[in-house]
Ligand binder design. Sequence first.
Ligand code: SF4
Length: 390
Amino acid sequence: MSDLALTEAERTRILAKSALFDPPTAAMPDGRRDLVGLSREELAAELAAVGEPAFRAKQVWHWIYHQGVTDFARMSSIARPLQQKLAERFVVGRPDAVTVQTSADETRKFLFRFRDGQEAETVYIPDPVEDRGAVCISSQVGCTLSCRFCHTGTQTLVRNLGSAEIVGQFMAARDTYGEWPSPKGETPRLLSTIVLMGMGEPLYNYANVAKAMKIVMDNEGIALSRRRITLSTSGVVPMMDRAGQELGVNLAVSLHAVRDELRDELVPLNRKYPIKEVMAACRRYPTASNARRITFEYVMLKGVNDSEAEARELVRLIAGLPAKVNLIPFNPWPGSAYTPSSMSTVMKFAKIVNDAGFAAPVRQPRGRDILAACGQLRTESRRERARAAE
Ligand code: SF4
């Protein structure tokens, strides 16, 4: 088989395996169907099935995704009898916010519960300078990848989140900030960016993540630009190409080590897709440019991956790429095996990367007091259908 055919076969295998972990159907216990998370075509088909013309889908889409309305009775451009008919058959759902914690630095962590009782966390991280921020969204309940420095990785994969649950995290977070158009038509926009960096590996739930991001980017709804969405992967090489071609969002790669031997340990997926292949996929990534650099995430672990030699090797690996490196001070969690590098070590590392012409900001830990910082998310969700996906 050629390389291309092999990649295609691997992609098919990943998608088929991922589908085994898909969520239960969108139907409510009373048989009503959730309209959130459907593509435009699916929404039109649902409405056509109850005798509604195509333009109705456009109206309902606008109410759901532009106005943020969850009650059919508030869809004022739709006649009252039809509002009632829709309410009998459909819902516009949101995940339940079980807890909402706000950190001393204003970072806000949501624990969302979905219809089957499974839970995932979402974090809003305000920009310390500008009046806006990023929503860090989960793509799975638990994770298969067991990265050694990551608290989520200690929680076995339970299931994928569906497109409704992925979009729903963003919409429910916007609800709490009142971020839908006011009667005067003003739309506050604090939640201006999505980072798919919460629980789970988004590229192991590609179908649902892609559908959700297409909904979020739709111009007649939430209308978030692809430039404001960053998908973070541990390096699922065959799916990186596909995400680049189909979604064109920004790419972040959890690198964390520059030698295969160490990355095999820190990010076990490296045994399947080693550094060389991950870097080749980055070089092929279609939207990478100086304006839209690939971010390499690098958690700084004392005495493990933080030497000056490793900084120089990192520079060699990313040479020629439009890239930046996010240096992440390690956020300890109960039972973690590592300790954070000292700030002077982090600064020396950053200087070497900087001097080579790459931005290397040191990420300020946010929401540590509520365990909302990078790599700290974890829920006590039940393990129902956990099987090793790898
Ligand atoms: S870093 Fe990401 S991919 Fe790795 S275990 Fe944590 S959630 Fe999973």
